[in-house]
Design a protein around this ligand. Structure first.
Ligand code: FES
Ligand SMILES: [Fe+2]
Length: 413
């Protein structure tokens, strides 16, 4: 395979548990668009003020309402493979230390020593049974308990049971790891994932996947501009003409939404061969690539051999900058124990991340540079970009703001 013909890599015997009649229904919708030369239709256009990408007050509000008050995905179960596995995150305002404790449970803590507040663990990920603060060596176990305090006589008869790392609400669901950055909050994944995703995510066996590649991009654009690039395939034949367009049909997609949830289905070129087979052999993981959006900042793209997880985090002091974390997880059975296959999958993961950086985010940075109220007041979302309509109206609804109205062609301009 040529490096520019990016498919989703080796596959395995994994069978998606999504109802087959639903898979056939989605594939038929894609075929109908291909045959008619159409795409999904939002029924009108919307205009978004560019200040949504530039206004510091709005950015502060988003930080408070979307990031500090909502459970955040910090990775997948495969990131914490066994007791002692840990990862840290500084993306959420509060430093997080997440662990797999001795009993195998997912735990999360404020990564701050109870003595004088130093960050206890500074590595991004690894495996250890004890976390020792670098300042005076107070030591904690994987369950956050204080298990070592040098020269304890200087602290008298303090109750060590009260001096463990401060726990954060943490829950592992469908193979995803969620942490709430507010220690006093209640985790509500029933609401965040809704009935729909809570049903559908369980069909993908995310918990079986292992991390393979991690890429981090610090980019001069608002986090929502980065997210927008995942919301349509209209740009594939133009921006990605030498890369993704080799593997995907452009400007053909399905968009389904329910409240703050949406799922987009991208159309792989493998659909052209597959549609000639009897319907009972049709497989959505061959014909298409589902793209799930988990509010506020998570893009999840699962396929037969693994999945891509992309998370965008705002920079608190600069609405025009964000950090993207792009992680590729694979199903071990797809590599079949063969290092060459695994290396090839790692290549796919890295190449995909490079396309995001070198193609999509170049556009996002350009958009940020021109987003000047007074000069460039609004951007337009087309009829074929309903996912963008949904992102931005969901954010507005969450903040109690006026929604972007659906406009006719004559109302634009
Ligand atoms: S600040 Fe951690 S041991 Fe003193
Ligand atoms: Fe793109």
């Amino acid at each position: 395979m040529s490096p520019t013909c990016l498919t989703v890599g080796p596959t395995c015997d994994f069978t998606l548990d999504m109802r087959h009649d639903e898979q056939v229904c989605l594939i038929k919708q894609l075929c109908a668009h291909l045959d008619a030369g159409t795409s999904v239709d939002a029924g009108g256009l919307r205009r978004l003020p560019t200040s949504d990408y530039t206004d510091p007050e709005r950015a502060a509000l988003e930080w408070d309402e979307f990031f500090l008050k909502v459970p955040q995905c910090i990775g997948m179960s495969g990131d914490l493979l066994e007791p002692g596995s840990f990862l840290t995150s500084n993306d959420l305002g509060v430093p997080v230390l997440a662990t797999r404790d001795e009993a195998g449970s997912f735990r999360a803590f404020v990564n701050s020593c109870r003595h004088r507040g130093v960050e206890v663990e500074t590595e991004e990920r690894g495996s250890k049974r004890r976390f020792t603060c670098p300042f005076h060596s107070w030591t904690y176990d994987t369950g956050g308990a204080l298990v070592g305090l040098p020269k304890p006589e200087h602290f008298g008869d303090v109750d060590r049971a009260c001096l463990g790392l401060r726990p954060l609400p943490a829950e592992e669901r469908h193979g995803m790891l969620f942490v709430h950055p507010d220690p006093t909050a209640t985790m509500d994944l029933d609401h965040l994932l809704g009935h729909w995703f809570n049903e559908e995510f369980s069909t993908w066996d995310f918990g079986e996947m292992l991390p393979l590649t991690h890429d981090v991009y610090d980019t001069a654009c608002n986090w929502k501009l980065a997210l927008d690039t995942f919301g349509e395939t209209y740009h594939f034949s133009s921006l990605h003409k030498d890369t993704l367009f080799n593997s995907f049909h452009g400007n053909v997609q399905i968009h389904d939404e329910d409240g703050h949830l949406h799922r987009m289905i991208l159309c792989r070129r493998d659909i052209d061969e597959m549609r000639r087979l009897p319907e009972d052999e049709w497989d959505i993981t061959v014909a298409a690539l589902p793209v799930y959006w988990v509010f506020p900042n998570v893009i999840l793209m699962p396929f037969n051999g693994g999945c891509f997880l992309v998370r965008m985090f705002p920079c608190r002091d600069d609405p025009g900058r964000h950090i993207s974390r792009v992680t590729f997880y694979f199903r071990p059975e797809a590599a079949k124990g063969d290092d060459e296959v695994k290396n090839f999958m790692a290549f796919i993961g890295t190449r995909f991340a490079e396309i995001i950086r070198d193609e999509d985010y170049v556009m996002s940075s350009s958009q940020q540079a021109t987003a000047r109220p007074g000069a460039m007041d609004h951007v337009i979302f087309g009829r074929n970009e309903p996912t963008l309509h949904h992102y931005h109206n969901t954010y507005r609804r969450w903040l109690g703001e006026e929604l972007l109205p659906l406009l006719s062609e004559s109302e634009i301009g």
